[in-house]
Design a protein around this ligand. Sequence first.
Ligand code: PHE
Length: 356
Amino acid sequence: MTDRTDTPNQEPIPTPNFIGMLIECQEDALAVIADSNKAADVLRIELLGAKSSLSKLTRQIRLVPDADRAQVGTVVNDVKKSIIDAINKKGASKINDLRSSFDPTMPGIRPPEGHLHIVTQAIEEITRIFERISFIRVRHPEVDWDWYAFGALNMPANHPARDEWETFFLETRDKKQATRKMVLTPHTSNGQVREMEKKKLPIRMINIAKCYRRQIDVSHTPMFHQFEGLYIDRNVSIGHLKGVLDYFVKQFFGPERKARIRPFHFQFTEPSFEVDISCGVCNGAGCKLCKQGWLELGGAGMVHPAVLTNGGIDTTKYNGFAFGWGVERCFMMKAGTHLDDIRLLYSNDVRFLRQF
Ligand code: PHE
């Protein structure tokens, strides 16, 4: 577009010339609008703004003979209006183009979809399995008084058995401002006496919670989960315990798997057992993974009378069994998971998590 206003012109402009320049200005502007992809606002500033050729030309209207000024003014207005209309029309057709190219029936882009963490899935599965035999899922504190985690479980202060739990301790003050020890619970057994204190018998508890121990390697993370079963009623026998173990093993690991119990020692159960399950790879025959056909699952036993007494239960009428196993450990021993490092579960690598 040629700029007709580069040199300030003080000479009078004959009316036909001025109108000719206006028309030229209009033609240039309409050509720009037709060719351009610019937004309506940008075009408006470029073609009608203070710095546009049209505005500069309009400012020279005073050089047109006085008598013709009104007539020229109408032409200026008409030119402006035609430019505005052209810009508006272009804008509208752009929106129409967009509307006609938008197909609302086209499938959208699916946002990535997550799922529950595998440990949460395992916790839910374990909960459902025990619910079917009337065990109720409960929650007990994950940071608890030393008493519930050890003392009430027959492990008085400084008892060497505590070393096996490699615990994180906290020093806190109780209501009377006395210093007392709390622990990040190293097992879910703190739930045993807490559940007994509810004074509702019989007890069929499954307490699933986070546990903490000072250990990290392929089979340990400092934070992990355990599920603790507790059954207190009249005349409970080791046979009942074995029945529940077999039931759980078949439900969780598969009908071909078997459970066995071996004598062991815990301060809070008497007798105590270590529970094994038949290896899923060799089915009990013995292989590289299991050595002798069995894999260690966790501890169990008949609740020690001292623990029952600490929970306020009359040991002449009631007795029971308890067991406590690792959720992650169970998940890893499930056929088909092929997990050889427990830390993978908490690596938060979606490529790993997506597989489950
Ligand atoms: N609390 C024990 C542990 O963490 C397991 C256990 C629970 C043993 C209940 C016996 C009875 O190793």
